[in-house]
Design a protein around this ligand. Structure first.
Ligand code: FES
Length: 121
């Protein structure tokens, strides 16, 4: 595990996605129910970006075909409404995130680098 500071808690407002993009990674972080979640900015359905999606409690709803994902586990809660390979849609890639006593949000960048080697559609 390689935790890196990526944002300050003050930058996050409840349920509003913050996109973080850098060499080898593109992810979103969001604060909901007093917990910070981090996940890949790529929908497992078609690879579309997720930074314009909606979050309510621990559920992310993709704005493209309305698939829903659990932000804690990444598991699919509701499959996409349409499109190719609906039933083959896998889990959302989620990353470990934590907030320290000074309000810094850290994410496990080791896994982000690993994920960043995959194809970007
Ligand atoms: S691209 Fe996200 S549900 Fe289809």
């Amino acid at each position: 595990m390689k935790l890196e500071k990526v944002a300050c808690l003050e930058e996050l407002s409840d349920r509003k996605l913050l996109r973080l993009k850098g060499p080898g990674y593109d992810l979103c972080i969001v604060l909901t129910d007093n917990k910070v979640h981090a996940f890949a900015n790529r929908c497992p359905h078609t690879g579309a970006r997720l930074h314009a999606s909606r979050v309510r409690h621990n559920v992310l709803t993709c704005s493209h075909h309305l698939a829903q994902f659990d932000l804690c586990s990444g598991s699919v809660l509701t499959f996409p409404m349409e499109g190719l390979d609906v039933e083959k849609t896998g889990p959302l890639v989620v990353f470990d995130a934590e907030v320290d006593a000074d309000g810094w949000v850290s994410v496990d960048l080791g896994e982000i680098e690993l994920y960043g080697r995959g194809p970007v559609r």
